[in-house]
Design a protein around this ligand. Structure first.
Ligand code: SF4
Length: 213
């Protein structure tokens, strides 16, 4: 347990990261909950930059469930092929659009539980959409959140599911969503998977990984 941050240290760490990344937010561009839902499905094993490139063109013409529900699957695959895993993603976007029209009046549901009933929408995607679009406190654990939060010492967990639960215990609920964005920003800009910039990192005096070096 002594390899974990105290709650005070966790809050201090988030205070510092908030100063370092005052603009930390969702980097998937979107103008509606449905656009973010589609963008998040597309972001699996793909960079946000590439997703934004694809959606910036696609959403000009197609950005509602009605547009995708009956779209020719090969046409949809072609629209999103640059994002990788395009067959599966196309199938899920189409199926999710149909469910939204049939069961939710064409609107994206606001709760994590309902979002997770949509085809291809797992807990991470549901957390991203619910927290970003509807203000539901949530910590979506992606590869950056998992790596950075475990390194710093917020948690000491071996998998994503346990990491989310442990983070919820050490971080006050009102900071969950912001913490998610801060970990991602830090993971993309400083705490890289390989060769993190520990020497210049603003939280190296708190970080357990650095302390153990
Ligand atoms: S000190 Fe290194 S390992 Fe720790 S948060 Fe900073 S970059 Fe990541």
């Amino acid at each position: 347990m002594n390899n974990l941050l105290t709650k005070d240290e966790a809050n201090l760490c988030l205070d510092i990261l908030e100063k370092v990344y005052p603009d930390a937010k969702c980097e998937l561009e979107h103008d509606s909950p449905f656009e973010l839902l589609v963008a998040t499905i597309l972001s699996a094993q793909c960079t946000d930059v590439r997703v934004n490139k694809v959606t910036s063109e696609m959403f000009k013409k197609y950005n509602k469930p009605q547009d995708f529900a009956n779209m020719d699957i090969l046409f949809l695959e072609d629209l999103i092929k640059e994002c990788g895993l395009f067959r599966n993603k196309a199938k899920n976007i189409k199926a999710t659009s149909k469910v939204l029209l049939e069961d939710f009046g064409g609107e994206v549901p606001k709760t994590i539980k309902e979002l997770m009933t949509l085809p291809g929408v797992g807990r991470k995607t549901a957390n991203v959409v619910a927290s970003t679009c509807f203000g539901v406190p949530a910590i979506a654990v992606d590869t950056h959140v998992f790596r950075v939060s475990n390194r710093i010492g917020f948690v000491d967990e071996k998998n994503v599911s346990n990491t989310e639960k442990a983070l919820q215990k050490v971080i006050p609920k009102e900071r969950w969503t912001k913490a998610h964005h801060l970990f991602i920003f830090h993971g993309r800009r400083t705490c890289f998977a390989r060769n993190p910039n520990c020497e210049t990192c603003e939280i190296n005096h708190i970080c357990k990984y650095y302390g153990d070096k």
